[in-house]
Design a protein around this ligand. Sequence first.
Ligand code: ZN
Length: 149
Amino acid sequence: MTLTEHFSFEELTRTGQSALQDANRREARDYIDKLKLVAEMLEAIRAKFGAVRVNSGFRGPAVNAAVGGSATSQHSKGEAADIVCPSTTVDELHRWIVVESGLKFGQCILEKPAGSAWVHISLGAPYRDPKKCGESLAFDGKTYTPKRY
Ligand SMILES: [Zn+2]
């Protein structure tokens, strides 16, 4: 199923937990409208950097239970994606989204736990408290800190 021109429902609902793949997609059907809005943000990023790889999008109750994820995460509401762009660094990707893109994101997090790196981007208002929108953070695997440019 296509969400936007370049992004599919399958791509935004994939999970590394292969036994839970079907369950995750079943649970995701209630969130298609929001997944489309996430995909629209990814289209803007794709227009700038080319291919966008989605490491994780929707993570429903089945996946969250298995990986000990947060049920209050925007991922579990179909409102967030973890991405990398092969054509650029996560640092530049994060900087561009926060500083230049004009995207009305909820949170944009430069995530760099040991040995890995990606950018988390989520929907802004009305899906997230307006007071907590446009939030730019860095995460080192332990601590979230404000990331200013
Ligand atoms: Zn994330």
